[in-house]
Ligand binder design. Sequence first.
Ligand SMILES: [Zn+2]
Length: 402
Amino acid sequence: MLLRIKGQHGISQIFQLHPLERPPPPIAFDAPFPNLGAPDVRINVYGQDFHLHSTILKLNSKFLSGILDDADRLGVGPVGRFKYDYTFTISDDGSCGIVLTAQVVAETRAGPTAASLHQEFESNKDKSSGGATVNTNHQTSDILQQAKDMARGSTHVFSAIYNKDFAITSVEEILDAIRVANYLQIKPPFSKALDRVFRRRPECTSDGQEIQFADLIPKAPFIMLLVAKHLHNRVLFNDALVHSVATWPSIKKQFDNADAEDMKLVGDLMKITLAGYEKLQAKIISAMQILFKACGETAGVCKHLRACADSLNEKSPVTSNAHYYRQILIRLEKNLDDHQKHQNCAFKNAKRAVEGLLKSNLKIGDKAFHNRTRAGVGAYQRKFLCAEIDDKDLPLNVNEQS
Ligand SMILES: [Zn+2]
């Protein structure tokens, strides 16, 4: 089992997993259509073997198509039952690579230094750490963790091109998968496959929590906005924007000390989020005006606003008062019967305005998820979910998606 990283001076080092660490069983993908036969490609991603079909890889990635064609041209012979055998690599700067496994095996024989570093890590694992070994341990465990993460990311990407279902239960997972998809140039099929991930029912994680993709977006809305832009994914962009706008003042603080390089990456997304926030403010002001007007026309509305006054938080930005408007809506709904038959009814206008403010524009998640994501209630007590964006304002080419 091989792990390969680029050393400080650009010299490749190869890590061998400790003999006690058993390699996981290979992940073999079934042919998605008949006559494709058995997998003819093996790709080792940090100890995890994937068995794949060259036809499927070529169909989904120009980059892999080129690599496989090169192998044919150079006449690289089959290894065991696989016609093509590759090892995925990652360097210190995080960039990925893919090399012929035969080449990696040859290098392993030449340099055992990295393998001994790994053994040192293993033998120190149970001892109390101290002194100079700490850094080594830390570095090696980081690399091992990174290896596992990349293997998981690769599983998602390969599942995407085989139309197999997969779940994503952490923000890190999607970032790892994007790294692989980016390098292998499988981004459009991966983005398309996310539609299935968005609709999946909640998964039970190892710590017994139920989680689905929709739960991840409010955890890191701005990162998800970046992910959506990178993948040209319209649906993800929409939901990430709704959550980014809902948490805008605090998100903005994350970029107070951003350098020019970072700003180049996030600048346009910040502008879009700010525009969404301003639209939300305008929507709130407009709803307030309708409520004031209704107060002047019917004592009923006035009475309900007074009754909800305790829910109004004057110290926070107006965009955090969703709970207040939810309380108003509950009261207006309860008393709607008296006004059902009225034409041009101020009471009904007031209700409509508050409803518009509290509606959710989120698209990702199953029915149960949408039932518990309501502005002004529970986790969204202080958040509005009604931000929206026109296609013409998107910083992505929606047509590129497929
Ligand atoms: Zn009325």
